[in-house]
Design a protein around this ligand. Structure first.
Ligand code: ADP
Length: 236
């Protein structure tokens, strides 16, 4: 069985079918990109994976265990963490405290949480900003803090939502490096991202969707050159 798998997942909101029979899987440490135009169902898929929304149908498996009926906090405790498109750090706290808060929930000890938080800040190139108020950070650093907070729960699967949105080209390159580094550390990643450069620079596989349905999935070059994918993006 795959490390992580969604199997024929469906989500209806009243009469609207936001996700229809989407299936994909990934292995430990693998990075996959989820692409599709606005409103195609990408964020809903993330919301289904951590059970913010219950599935209408389908199954989700993580490390051989079915997880789709578990509450969100249990799914997080099992090792699935997530970042959000709109970053909301605990603004009145320092960068270090933001990450420590997550690590504390996981370790239950202040000294361990501090040590782990410092390690993560080093890993995310935020160590020099550890004493700053989170609200003073640039967008790029805030995005990094969001990743650091997700890492503080020691995930084995990380869901990244638009981590490069609003970043300049240099910051985007840095974001790509951080994603690669996380993957090299053995953490599997699912990325939703509009910047194709980030998807192409990190993903080993792409799942392309439109109107909640899969167009195609597979090797990145083949997927982005698929006529239906090009058509979906051109809004034809
Ligand atoms: P994407 O992330 O690809 O932009 P979304 O997953 O946000 O797309 O949205 C997919 C569809 O589901 C859209 O038509 C959106 O309006 C609808 N949708 C998303 N969340 C809800 C919700 N909580 N209630 C009703 N409709 C929703």
């Amino acid at each position: 069985m795959a490390f992580f798998e969604v199997r024929r997942i469906v989500k209806n909101f009243g009469g609207l079918c936001a996700v229809h029979e989407i299936s994909f899987s990934l292995e430990k440490g693998q990075v996959i990109g989820l692409i599709g135009p606005n409103g195609s169902g990408k964020t809903t898929i993330f919301n289904l994976i951590n059970n913010f929304f219950p599935l209408t149908a389908g199954e989700i498996y993580f490390k051989g265990k079915r997880i789709d009926s578990l509450p969100t906090h249990k799914i997080c405790a099992l090792g699935i963490a997530r970042t959000f498109q709109v970053v909301k750090p605990l603004k009145r706290m320092s960068v270090l405290d933001n990450v420590m808060a997550g690590a504390f929930l996981h370790t239950g000890s202040t000294s361990q949480a501090r040590a782990r938080a410092l390690e993560i800040l080093e890993f995310c190139n935020l160590i020099n900003k550890r004493d700053l108020d989170a609200k003073k950070l640039t967008i790029a650093d805030r995005k990094r803090l969001e990743i650091a907070r997700a890492l503080s729960t020691d995930p084995e699967l990380l869901l990244l939502d638009e981590t490069a949105a609003g970043l300049n080209p240099k910051e985007t390159e840095e974001a790509i490096e951080v994603i690669k580094k996380i993957s090299r550390s053995g953490i599997a990643i699912i990325i939703v991202e509009h910047k194709m450069k980030v998807i192409m620079g990190t993903s080993e596989k792409i799942v392309a969707i439109n109107f909640g349905r899969e167009i195609t999935q597979g090797e990145p070059r083949e997927v982005i050159n698929h006529p239906e994918v090009i058509k979906a993006y051109l809004g034809d």
